[in-house]
Design a protein around this ligand. Sequence first.
Ligand code: COI
Length: 361
Amino acid sequence: MESISSDIIVENPPQEMMKTKPNDDELGFGTEFTDRMFLQEFKGGQWQTGRIMPFQNFSLSPAALVFHYGQAIFEGLKAYKHPDGSVALFRPEKNAQRFHRSAKRMMMAPVPEEFFLESVEKLVALEHEWIPRKLGTSLYIRPTMIATQAVLGVKPSEEYYYFIILSPSSAYFKEGFSPVKIMVSDKYVRAAVGGVGDAKTAGNYAASLYAGYLAKKEGYSQVLWLDAKENRYVEEVGAMNIAFVMDDIIYTPPLRGSILPGVTRDSILKLAPDLGYKVKEEALAIDVIEEAAKSGNLTEVFGMGTAAVIAPVGELKYKDDVMVINNGEIGKITKDLYDNLTGIQYGTRDDPYGWVKKIQI
Ligand code: COI
């Protein structure tokens, strides 16, 4: 199942097809794509030769399994241009591992981790001129796998597309690095233990849309999910993991199988203690958070994700309770973590962890 050739064929787009690169100040998130993409097909029980080719549409049978039963997984990571002109990825091996795990959970053909890394690096190297330079911008990398076999039986596909697209992007939230407003869902849930909440599979995101729509109608950008069993313990936000600062301790829910094991979450759990902060992975009940907000002990809330980076939360709404966090302003710890994490990512601070992976361009 895992046999893969590491030769990658490169087919460059003709000069006249090359797009004009956007200005760093005009970037949104995930709206523009570079000139090339990577594509590799799995069929006949093995991965075929991978190809870097001009960014283009797919032609798939309407019976392709992905359209019917949702066998689809993806990843998100970023490439940064450092001040010395070099190109860096941030902990890409974590994405390679998670992509492999997600594939197994979804009964898809796993991509060997070293090949995932090679395909990402080779594509980014060819497209390095698309990496924006401004702090807060980066080249967002979206490796994806979909089931392409044309058959209507509910079964694992025997054919897949593994592809990578690249998007020069700015902040995920329109607020940028400014506090976002989040609504706690007391009715809908994202994932149950035993389900696929810890796999990065497309359906988890589709399942979040209705509650997201209801939250947006009330002026909130995202939904904070509670656990599916007791509807009491906070889980994650969908586009990011979540942390609460109470009594000067940073709390984040533990990985119990229903939460996505975020790369940024993992990095903060390692970085924060080295900056002198106490961190605890602990189940957090929403009523305990409400109490802490009332007594003034809840001083900061922030999200952690590749796209979201560190996102300060300025307001949390649960049922009729509106909790304003830190007067709706960015907290000191949140800012310190943001500065240190992005400093490592953008190459302006030392990287004692070996998280930054420079690639040959
Ligand atoms: C990421 O942070 O890279 C993600 O994949 C989240 C996505 C919803 C933008």
